[in-house]
Design a protein around this ligand. Structure first.
Ligand SMILES: Nc1nc2c(c(=O)[nH]1)N[C@H]1C(S)=C(S)[C@@H](COP(=O)(O)OP(=O)(O)OC[C@H]3O[C@@H](n4cnc5c(=O)[nH]c(N)nc54)[C@H](O)[C@@H]3O)O[C@H]1N2
Ligand SMILES: Nc1nc2c(c(=O)[nH]1)N[C@H]1C(S)=C(S)[C@@H](COP(=O)(O)OP(=O)(O)OC[C@H]3O[C@@H](n4cnc5c(=O)[nH]c(N)nc54)[C@H](O)[C@@H]3O)O[C@H]1N2
Ligand code: SF4
Ligand SMILES: [Mo]
Length: 674
């Protein structure tokens, strides 16, 4: 009998929880994976998706060899080639493109398939290589940018509460966040708070499984959250419950913000948000009199035209209530800004200044000036807005497309060359959660299947093939990890041994005790920086597109939101047969009041459409959505869906108010029986 071995790793997926896992390896095979019981946030469990991760690494459709396309673009017909053939063809094509059009004709389109600092979007992953070639810069703004920018105007940083401190909150607002689906490990801390008497409110246009478990659900009209926040603060002022001492000593611009709040009495807010007056007033009273109040607001809220402004106003709430004084008070969006790791991507290697191309703008920016699209850890044909225009842009004959992938996605079907990528148990990486306060180590547990290579190894081999001489292109993964952890004062030995280390902050962590990193060093209700950026000076309500369009001007009558699916992680796992089965989808939730006049019947397929295109989904007639709102989860693969499209076929390529964020929950559609 051979010995089994336990190898500690970290979940690479774009999920706030970045779980610590333990892989059991026997005879070189990964035979079991479980959540690490010793990790203070993971607490021994993974999730419905990643419980199938090992099965997924061995899936029969896994790409394990380099491929060259043999059919037309989009056909998905490929032949197997050797790594040497792949690298030779790529080197020749890249060299020709650079010679004829310059390095900026290359678009390294990197996604969030892994959040690793070595293999993924948080760090190195080829950036030195692209800098040496002078490739265009890629702005990875698809997920959380509008909210980050909005928070920065108020607090100087998107960083806020340590989510573990929700255990100490007495009122918890789950605002535009589906905790039990999109990062369920927070729930244990919420349960601890409840055991100590906390009251939990979910604010979401959809009655999600999180809303089911909350004490109260406010089914807000999409894109009107800033108005609700101002209405709640109006009640706080009516009660005289604002923290005058905190406001005076720690905030900037109170008089102007107070005047803004006064413009939103609850009656007006009820009209804007579609919520009853008494429910708004009751929550306002709770907010006025419950310390500490902890607000968990994540990315759902900011996938709108006024989404940055909404996060900005929500961030002002603890400035009025003084909640930043207390552990368990404040706002938690993302903890990324607390992470001290800075990957040295060697901007100094750039031969000349280069342009930036924007991830959320793929359909627009993939114009004739782009000669090579290099996709890695991304599935734009499943995840990026305006699918049909992206499909058309990717079909261009003179576009050389390389996709590094684990699975044959819709995007892969448009590749000229496909390079087989490792999965997390097969490569080394360093991670940090965006929903907790730990740095994580991922030790490779097994050898990659077939000829799969990690991102870093692929770029090292390609650099060698192209004869590039810059020495830092050849740093090993361990060297990269040392370069990353050393300056942050983290010992490689320690993190490797335990699998994780806590960030060097107090426990419980209370941010902003030494002031706010804003120009005034105070929490800014009024922002001169926002004004300089062409945005409102005072934090206030900016309606979303669907919230601001008068009924007569609406191209279609229904507002579509497309939130996280319980069984997928973006499009990752969209091809896992069991998770696909459990998704019961593709589905679209429609209220009875909208279903009946359209002849839509529960369980039957329907077209969801607008001027951009359409997708097919099975109708679920449900009071989980209000009349006028329909919901279809993200993540289904277009080619595995009836009709060959997913909700991004109808999502506009339109910017949120800040950072060119995407507007996934801010589109008009109609629904008709198929
Ligand atoms: N199972 C699972 N987990 C995931 C993901 C996944 O795909 N599946 N995705 C991961 C990623 S990439 C991210 S960024 C996070 C995102 O996770 P979340 O931040 O939770 O983002 P969403 O799912 O987009 O939206 C959250 C909730 O906001 C609601 N919402 C939509 N519009 C509005 C609005 O105008 N106001 C309010 N108050 N609520 C609104 C939606 O109905 C939804 O229930 O989750 C991560 N975790
Ligand atoms: N309709 C709608 N669309 C959305 C959203 C929404 O709310 N609604 N949310 C958006 C959000 S928040 C996000 S973050 C984006 C995510 O959009 P993307 O960044 O495109 O993420 P995924 O669709 O999960 O595709 C990631 C791909 O990377 C691959 N991958 C994973 N690990 C590795 C690796 O180590 N190497 C390589 N080479 N490949 C790897 C996976 O197999 C997968 O196919 O989607 C957005 N799309
Ligand atoms: S997807 Fe999220 S909850 Fe699931 S294992 Fe990964 S980090 Fe944990
Ligand atoms: Mo995301």
């Amino acid at each position: 009998m051979s010995e089994s071995l336990t190898v500690l790793g970290a979940c690479p997926l774009d999920c706030p929880d970045t779980c610590s896992w333990a892989v059991t390896v026997k005879d070189g095979e990964a035979v079991a994976m479980r959540g690490n019981r010793d990790h203070p946030y993971t607490r021994g469990s993974l999730c419905v998706k990643v419980n199938r991760y090992l099965e997924h690494t061995r899936a029969t459709d896994r790409i394990v060899h380099p491929l060259r396309r043999t059919g037309p673009k989009g056909s998905g017909r490929f032949e197997r080639i050797t790594w040497d053939e792949a690298l030779t063809e790529i080197s020749t094509r890249l060299s020709t493109i650079i010679e004829e059009h310059g390095g900026e004709a290359i678009w390294p389109y990197q996604g969030t398939g892994t959040l690793g600092y070595i293999q993924g979007e948080s760090g190195e992953a080829g950036r030195r290589f692209w800098n040496v070639l002078g490739a265009s810069r890629h702005d990875l703004n698809i997920c959380s940018r509008a909210g980050n920018v909005g928070l920065r105007y108020v607090n100087g940083t998107p960083g806020g509460m340590d989510p573990e401190t929700f255990a100490l909150s007495k009122l918890i607002l789950l605002w535009g966040t589906n905790t039990l689906t999109s990062g369920h490990h927070l729930w244990k801390f919420i349960q601890d708070a409840r055991a100590a008497g906390a009251y939990v409110v979910a604010i979401d246009p959809v009655r999600t499984r999180t809303a089911d478990q909350a004490d109260e659900h406010l089914p807000i009209r999409p894109g009107t959250d800033a108005a609700l926040a101002l209405g709640l603060l109006h009640v706080v002022l009516d009660e005289g419950a604002e923290d005058r001492d905190y406001i005076e000593r720690h905030t900037h611009g109170w008089d102007e913000f107070e005047a803004e709040i006064r413009r939103y009495p609850v009656e007006r807010v009820a009209e804007i948000t579609g919520l009853p007056v008494d429910r708004i007033r009751a929550l306002g009273l709770r907010l006025a009199h419950t310390r500490p109040t902890g607000i968990r607001a994540t990315m759902g809220i900011q996938r709108h035209e006024g989404g940055g402004a909404a996060m900005r106003v929500i961030a002002c709430i603890p400035g009025v209530t003084g909640d930043w004084r207390h552990p368990g008070g404040g706002v938690a969006y993302s903890t990324s800004a607390h992470v001290p790791l800075r990957a040295d991507t060697r901007e100094d290697l750039l031969p000349h200044p280069v342009r930036t191309l924007t991830m959320t703008r793929l359909a627009d920016d993939l114009d004739a000036s782009v000669k090579c699209l290099w996709v890695y850890a991304a599935n734009p044909l499943g995840s990026t807005s305006d699918q049909n225009r992206i499909r058309a842009a990717m079909a261009r004959d003179d576009l050389f497309t390389v996709v590094m992938e684990q699975f044959p996605t819709d995007t892969v079907d448009y590749a000229d060359i496909v390079l087989p990528a490792t999965m997390q148990i097969e490569h080394l990486d360093v991670h940090a959660g965006y929903g907790h306060m730990y740095l994580m180590w991922n030790e490779p547990a097994v050898a990659p299947p077939g000829e799969c290579l990690s991102t870093t190894e692929t770029f090292r081999r390609l650099a060698r093939h192209m004869g590039l001489t810059e020495p830092s292109l050849y740093d090993s993964d361990l060297e990269l990890a040392e370069q990353l952890l050393g300056p942050a004062g983290v010992s490689l030995e320690e993190i490797r041994k335990q699998g994780w280390v806590r960030l060097p902050v107090a426990d419980p962590f209370v941010p902003f005790t030494d002031g706010f990193p804003t120009p005034s060093r105070r929490l800014e209700f009024v922002s001169e920086r926002a004004e300089a950026d062409g945005l409102p000076r005072v934090a206030g309500y900016v309606p979303s597109y669907t919230a601001r369009t008068a009924p007569a001007d609406r191209p279609h009558p229904l507002t579509l939101v497309t939130p996280a699916a319980h069984t997928f992680l973006n499009t990752t796992f969209g091809n896992n047969p069991e998770l696909l089965r459990r998704s019961k989808g593709p589905r679209v939730l429609v209220n009875e009041a909208d279903a009946a006049p359209r002849g839509l019947r529960d369980g039957e397929p329907a077209r969801v459409f607008n001027a951009n295109g359409e997708f097919t989904a099975y109708v679920e007639v449900s009071d989980r959505v209000a009349p006028g709102v329909v919901a279809a989860p993200k993540g289904h693969w277009p080619k595995l869906s009836p009709g060959g499209a997913n909700p991004n076929a109808v999502v506009d390529e339109r910017d949120a108010d800040m950072g060119k964020g995407a507007v996934y929950h801010d589109n008009y559609v109609d629904v008709a029986p198929l």
